[in-house]
Write a protein that binds this ligand. Structure first.
Ligand SMILES: *[C@@H]1O[C@H](CO)[C@@H](O)[C@H](O)[C@H]1NC(C)=O
Ligand SMILES: *[C@@H]1O[C@H](CO)[C@@H](O)[C@H](O)[C@H]1NC(C)=O
Ligand SMILES: *[C@@H]1O[C@H](CO)[C@@H](O)[C@H](O)[C@H]1NC(C)=O
Ligand SMILES: *[C@@H]1O[C@H](CO)[C@@H](O)[C@H](O)[C@H]1NC(C)=O
Ligand SMILES: *[C@@H]1O[C@H](CO)[C@@H](O)[C@H](O)[C@H]1NC(C)=O
Ligand SMILES: *[C@@H]1O[C@H](CO)[C@@H](O)[C@H](O)[C@H]1NC(C)=O
Ligand SMILES: *[C@@H]1O[C@H](CO)[C@@H](O)[C@H](O)[C@H]1NC(C)=O
Ligand SMILES: *[C@@H]1O[C@H](CO)[C@@H](O)[C@H](O)[C@H]1NC(C)=O
Length: 334
């Protein structure tokens, strides 16, 4: 095993001098076959799905409890009030006199047959302002997507009241302050995307309680502290993307429990210690990105078992072998 591994390292080093972009593509039963492809072609365009409650549709109809409806209207109007700039007039249909048309307001989705809000989807609208705590009153909210705007201020801790929240995407804004630990009260959370903000503080260890979590993306912030070991309790998780922060400590060997893990991206932090051999238990791993850290030791030969692995990026560490790996990343990293 070790011999094969060494061969591979040498090959990677040779190739990396010649090419900037390399994918290692190993076929299922024979990891000594390496192929190089241009990464751009495969990854430069990543289409994201908008996931909405299967139940939801628009516009809504009768059948909802009127008080709940009124509460949703008020919450949305307060949310609008906290937006100071709406250059594309995206929220012009949101007004009190139009509250009966709540379900046809731009960006709003209701539960089928009701006037209750299940999704707010307002990405890429150049909205500026803060996120009103009033959002916490939307008791059926399932999807909250404000990505690619210019929201500033903090993530309101009142989001903890959103017991139905499954998808939270606040990436690509200017949010600051720490991530509210109380977000872990939203037990249905499956996707948390907070990449490309100015968030500080540490990653809440309480997120380890989110048993349905599939994606945790918080790259390009100013997060500090350790990677919580508790995340190893999120056994459904497929993507852990925490690159470009100021994280310290080691990579938890407990991550070897994450049998669904496909992407582990921790590039450009201050992580030290060795690469846990236990990661070789995560047989679904496709991308391991650990470059620009202070890792020591060697590449575990056991990684030879990872038959799905496409990208292993380890350059710019203090690894004693294979330190010349140059495997550049594509745009898919958020
Ligand atoms: C793996 O590939 C190498 C090179 O192509 C070949 O020599 C070797 O027999 C293969 N091993 C297995 C187990 O298929
Ligand atoms: C939020 O919306 C953006 C823009 O449409 C999209 O790319 C992204 O995938 C959405 N987020 C989620 C979690 O679906
Ligand atoms: C209020 O919104 C409705 C649609 O929701 C629209 O028809 C109406 O013109 C709006 N009224 C004002 C005063 O903006
Ligand atoms: C983060 O803060 C810095 C300085 O305070 C600022 O220059 C930068 O634009 C901010 N980033 C975002 C995404 O708002
Ligand atoms: C994770 O699971 C362990 C037991 O396996 C438990 O002791 C720990 O409290 C859990 N942590 C969280 C944050 O749920
Ligand atoms: C990390 O910390 C250094 C100072 O130690 C600071 O200069 C840098 O901006 C920080 N990076 C991030 C992404 O916050
Ligand atoms: C990884 O798998 C091995 C058996 O293949 C087992 O002994 C070990 O405890 C596992 N490690 C983790 C962290 O799950
Ligand atoms: C690193 O590789 C060299 C051969 O290139 C080998 O002699 C040495 O034992 C390796 N170091 C470790 C720590 O595996």
């Amino acid at each position: 095993m070790r011999e094969g591994q060494m061969e591979r390292c040498v090959l990677i080093e040779m190739l990396s001098f010649a090419m900037l972009l390399i994918i290692l593509s190993s076929n299922a039963n024979n990891n000594s076959n390496l192929h190089c492809h241009d990464i751009q072609g495969r990854f430069s365009v990543v289409k994201h799905r908008v996931l909405v409650d299967a139940d939801s549709t628009r516009p809504g109809q009768d059948g909802s409890d009127n008080d709940d409806h009124e509460r949703d209207v008020e919450a949305l109007l307060s949310f609008k009030n906290a937006i100071i700039l709406d250059p594309m007039q995206s929220l012009s249909t949101w007004n009190a006199s139009g509250s009966e048309q709540l379900c046809s307001w731009n960006g709003i989705w209701c539960r089928k047959g009701t006037q209750r809000v299940v999704a707010i989807i307002l990405p890429q609208l150049r909205l500026e302002g803060t996120i009103s705590p009033s959002i916490g009153a939307l008791s059926l909210l399932h999807t909250f997507n404000l990505s690619h705007n210019s929201f500033t201020g903090r993530i309101p801790p009142q989001l903890r009241n959103l017991k139905a929240l499954s998808i939270l995407d606040l990436s690509f804004n200017g949010l600051e302050g720490s991530i509210p630990t109380s977000l872990a009260d939203c037990m249905d959370l499956q996707l948390i995307r907070l990449s490309f903000n100015n968030l500080t503080g540490s990653i809440p260890a309480q997120f380890g309680g989110l048993v349905n979590l599939k994606q945790l993306r918080m790259s390009y912030n100013g997060l500090v502290g350790n990677i919580p070991i508790s995340l190893s309790n999120c056994t459904q998780i497929q993507r852990i993307v925490l690159g470009e922060n100021n994280l310290t400590g080691t990579i938890p060997p407990e991550f070897g429990r994450l049998g669904m893990l496909e992407i582990l991206s921790l590039s450009d932090n201050h992580l030290a210690g060795s690469i846990p051999i236990s990661l070789s238990n995560c047989t679904q791993l496709q991308r391991i990105l650990l470059d620009w850290n202070s890792l020591t030791g060697t590449i575990p030969p056991e990684f030879g078992r990872l038959s799905m692995l496409e990208i292993l990026s380890l350059h710019s560490n203090s690894l004693s072998n294979c330190t010349q790996l140059i495997i550049e990343l594509g745009h898919w990293l958020q």
